[in-house]
Design a protein around this ligand. Structure first.
Ligand SMILES: Cc1cc2nc3c(=O)[nH]c(=O)nc-3n(C[C@H](O)[C@H](O)[C@H](O)COP(=O)(O)OP(=O)(O)OC[C@H]3O[C@@H](n4cnc5c(N)ncnc54)[C@H](O)[C@@H]3O)c2cc1C
Length: 498
């Protein structure tokens, strides 16, 4: 993944690309990998950094979605459970099996969730990754040592997948590049033009790091712009109807001491009916999420005070030691792209299924869905691009395609911050092999420092900036601008005391 070399290829190319993909989140990266592995020429354009959108802000679960069983959305659960087992097989270096325990405060609850999780196992069929079972009161306390003991009658144990979202994303992109894909971050699509018979052909974009403008021609264009999909459709057709609704979800990150266990806690029904997870993640505790309808698509959304209060209150209701606001190490928000429905305005009831549609101009839009189902979404989008662009009809190969682990291994060098395991090597690798361009790229998405501990990330920024400057040949002005820029972004991850 060498940005200058890829830019040069784009400048020099005179033939049409088979496919241009707009958006460098899970869906776009998956589409680039799918297309390249079928032997198609593909260029992916991301306006900011890879994963800057929703794909860095998930709950980090590769899951069927237990709660969709309650909503009766069985086919969605089945599809996601199949994808879960494919990801465990194809990316074992970054996706692993995670045990979850549902604590039960009534016998009926234990029976009900026990049956529900058996159904989850059953739906997984041959893709099952562990057998769910009911736990006694003492077994539950053993699995979750800090669970609130008063009224506890037992629990239910089940298994799902867990991962690091942007680490998987970068590995998908690197694998796509190894199959011949061209991928560019900081490349914002500005216009999408049709030829004389009204078919999409030309995409122009600006390199937001240098201001250089580019225009490329393609046989098919896939719009994988997540919450910005409607906005991208309107670049081409100002009157394109709105397809999406938005729902914000936030997470809080704490020290592991609040749940000192390798197992995760799943609360299927908080007092206001939501699902809440407390998950061990990179030696920290990740707690979320919320489901708050929002009007606008924003690249760097901010947690609402009401969402922070809700998570503190809901998690505190199940833990012996209640986390306080001052215990929050990081808070991050993300916005879900959900397919709108005439039937309901309640975002928690909107389907998490994906949708593929084609505008009159033949722009292919793939949106909705989940991280877990990105591979299937990409397959559907590339199948459609083959049909629309009249491309070589190769079969999808990603079901059996290994996603490459990073090539440069990490050493045990000196930590950049005493509370996090990251070293100089992580920064060097991010610059040399993973197309990191800014301090934020390194601290937020190549390492996860900002998502784990915002204060530590802020303290690491000057060291990271100077290592990057050394690698990239920049001077003092660049270092200062990077640190200032990172201070501004990181402010909303840092939870000030009230
Ligand atoms: C709080 C929360 C928790 C979640 N938890 C889970 C979970 O645990 N498991 C799970 O499976 N799913 C989860 N999801 C869902 C999952 O994260 C999303 O479905 C997925 O990340 C969407 O990926 P995407 O590629 O479609 O969109 P994005 O990741 O948003 O990518 C779209 C990209 O398009 C780019 N773009 C926009 N306009 C342009 C332009 N003009 N030019 C170039 N690029 C452009 C954007 O910058 C963006 O990076 C969660 C979602 C949220 C919000």
């Amino acid at each position: 993944m060498q940005r200058p070399a890829i830019l040069e290829t784009v400048r020099e190319r005179s033939e049409l690309w088979d496919i241009v993909v707009i958006g460098g989140g899970a869906t776009g990266a998956g589409s680039a990998l799918d297309a390249a592995s079928r032997g198609l020429s593909v260029l992916l354009l991301e306006q900011d950094d890879f994963g800057k959108g929703t794909s860095s802000r998930s709950t980090k679960l590769i899951h069927g979605g237990v709660r969709y069983i309650r909503h009766g959305n069985i086919s969605l659960v089945r599809e996601a459970l199949k994808e879960r087992s494919l990801l465990l097989k194809n990316a074992p270096h970054v996706v692993h099996t995670q045990a979850f325990v549902i604590p039960c405060y009534g016998l009926w609850q234990r029976f009900f969730y026990g049956v529900g999780m058996k159904l989850y196992d059953l739906l997984a069929g041959k893709h099952r990754i562990g057998k769910s079972r009911r736990l006694s009161r003492s077994e539950t306390a053993e699995h979750l040592p800090s669970i609130k003991a008063r009224g506890l009658v037992g629990g239910v144990l089940y298994h799902d997948g867990q991962f690091d979202d942007t680490r998987l994303l970068i590995d998908i992109l690197r694998t796509a590049v190894s199959h011949g894909a061209a991928v560019l971050n900081y490349s914002r699509v500005k216009t999408i033009d049709a030829d004389e018979i009204g078919r999409i052909r030309y995409v122009s974009f600006i390199d937001t790091l240098t201001g250089e403008k580019h225009r490329v021609a393609a046989k098919a264009v896939i719009n994988a712009a997540g919450i910005f999909s409607d906005a991208v459709r309107r670049i081409q057709d100002r009157n394109a109807a709105r397809h999406l609704s938005f729902s914000q979800g936030i997470h809080l990150v704490f020290d592991r001491k609040f749940l000192p266990s390798n197992d995760a806690l799943m609360i299927p029904k908080t007092p206001d009916g939501r699902v809440l997870f407390c998950i061990p993640w990179h030696e920290h505790l990740l707690v979320g999420t919320t489901d708050t309808p929002v009007e606008n698509a924003i690249l760097e959304p901010k947690a609402l005070e009401s969402e922070i209060d809700f998570i503190l209150e809901a998690a505190g209701g199940f833990l012996e030691q209640k986390p306080a606001r001052s215990d929050i190490l990081s808070v991050f928000a993300g916005i879900r792209p959900l397919i709108s429905s005439e039937k309901t305005r309640k975002t928690s009831s909107l389907s998490r299924g994906h949708e593929l549609f084609v505008d009159e101009s033949r722009l292919i839009t793939i949106t909705g869905g989940k991280w877990t189902t990105f591979r299937q979404m990409a397959e559907d989008a590339v199948d459609k691009a083959i049909e629309i662009g009249g491309l070589n009809r190769e079969k999808c190969r990603t079901e059996n395609l290994t996603i490459k682990p990073p090539e440069m291994s990490r050493n045990s060098g000196e930590r950049l911050h005493p509370t996090l395991t990251y070293t100089r090597d992580d920064v060097v690798r991010a610059v040399r092999d993973e197309m990191a361009q800014t301090v934020e790229d390194v601290l937020a998405r190549r390492t996860r420092a900002l998502f784990l501990n915002a204060q530590a990330a802020i303290e690491m920024a000057p060291k990271v900036a100077s290592i990057m400057a050394e690698e990239m040949g920049f001077g003092a002005n660049w270092i200062k601008a990077q640190i200032d820029g990172f201070d501004r972004t990181s402010a909303s991850y840092h939870c000030e005391p009230q």
